[in-house]
Design a protein around this ligand. Structure first.
Ligand code: PHE
Length: 345
């Protein structure tokens, strides 16, 4: 075993003193405690002097070695003390109440919008189920938004009253369903896609309506797809997104582009199904319109309606985000108030 000489011991003590001193200087809260540290470490009766008292035990050759290390430590600590003292002095000059030695405040760098968080999560679940995520145009034609989706001419939804028209033919899409036609025209079956995006309606901007909001279209087409496939896929999605306890309800409905059509409800996430103001006492909240793709839609897109079947759905991620995060007013989602948005990151 190597023997520890007094020289080694003293040098180790000096280095420990240096480390402790540096830490204490960094933690000092003001000019006064700092000067107390100077006395404690470097003063005439201070800790450095205490260590050097044992210099007498050393030989004439060893003494300068320890002495040089002691000088180095003394200078290093002095420099740290001076530097910190200067920063306290600068803070005092800057005026009362300003402590320049405080660490800076963290700045919020922005974050992902709650509706985007929900869209990404939903699309990831559908990705696991074999659906590709794609996007489509917000500026659409009357033909894709309505005609190819089996809306009869002069259907009330095509009215100026509900739709933002740019010209007689061009409009802001009122739903993401035109992407059903675009996908089928572009890709041969089988197809499985989800299409998130913004849609526009001439609705008042109030607690439950916004003139622009998000939808996620879903489309699955192949030979032999049935309504049972649709129910199983959606029930799987609901359990994954909302949790194993969430219940799903399918209600008959009507859309020109699906037959049969359904609306899908999930047990209210806020009251657990017992009824509250968010679900208007029903215990359920609607999350999507859906149904089996209408043969006329297949025909208009060039798919053989005799050979292929499929389902489509349109979800409202804004409403789902409001349920998930307990947001009482849809306007909060679209006013870009960072005091609201900052809560989600
Ligand atoms: N596009 C319909 C809506 O906006 C929802 C829907 C999509 C219904 C797909 C059926 C199939 O209300």
């Amino acid at each position: 075993m190597p023997t520890t000489t007094v020289t080694d011991e003293l040098i180790a003590q000096l280095r420990a003193l240096e480390a402790q001193g540096a830490e204490a200087v960094g933690a000092a809260g003001g000019a006064e405690p700092l000067e107390a540290l100077r006395t404690e470490y470097l003063g005439r009766k201070g800790r450095l002097t205490g260590i050097l008292r044992r210099l007498g035990e050393l030989s004439a050759e060893e003494r300068p070695v320890v002495g040089a290390e002691a000088n180095r430590v003394k200078e290093a600590l002095s420099a740290l003390l001076d530097e910190r003292a200067a920063s306290f002095a600068a803070a005092a000059d800057a005026g009362p109440g300003i402590d320049l030695s405080l660490p800076g405040r963290g700045r919020w760098k922005g974050g992902v919008h709650p509706v985007t968080l929900v869209i990404d999560e939903i699309c990831e679940i559908f990705r696991d189920l074999g659906f590709n995520r794609i996007a489509g145009p917000e500026l659409e034609t009357q033909e894709y938004n309505f005609s190819k989706l089996n809306f009869p001419p002069n259907h009330p939804a095509t009215d100026m009253h509900d739709t933002f028209y740019v010209t007689d033919e061009v409009l802001l899409r009122t739903h993401t369903s035109p992407m059903q036609a675009r996908v089928m025209e572009q890709f041969a079956p089988p197809v499985r896609v989800v299409v998130p995006g913004t849609v526009y309606r001439r609705d008042p901007f109030d607690a439950s309506h916004a003139p622009a909001f998000e939808q996620i279209e879903g489309l699955a087409v192949d030979e032999g797809i049935t309504f049972a496939d649709f129910k199983a896929t959606i029930s799987t999605f609901v359990r994954r997104f909302f949790g194993a306890d969430a219940k799903t309800r399918f209600r008959p409905s009507f859309f020109p582009f699906t037959e049969p059509s359904a609306e899908v409800d999930v047990s209210c996430q806020l009251c657990g199904g017992s009824g509250c103001s968010a679900c208007k006492g029903t215990g359920w909240m609607e999350i999507m319109g859906a149904g089996m793709v209408h043969p006329n839609v297949f025909a208009a897109a060039g798919y053989d309606p005799e050979r292929y079947t499929g389902y489509a759905f349109g979800m409202g991620p804004g409403r789902i985000a409001m349920q998930r995060y307990g947001v009482p007013d849809i306007r909060l989602l679209y006013e870009s108030d960072v005091r609201f948005l900052g809560q989600f990151t």
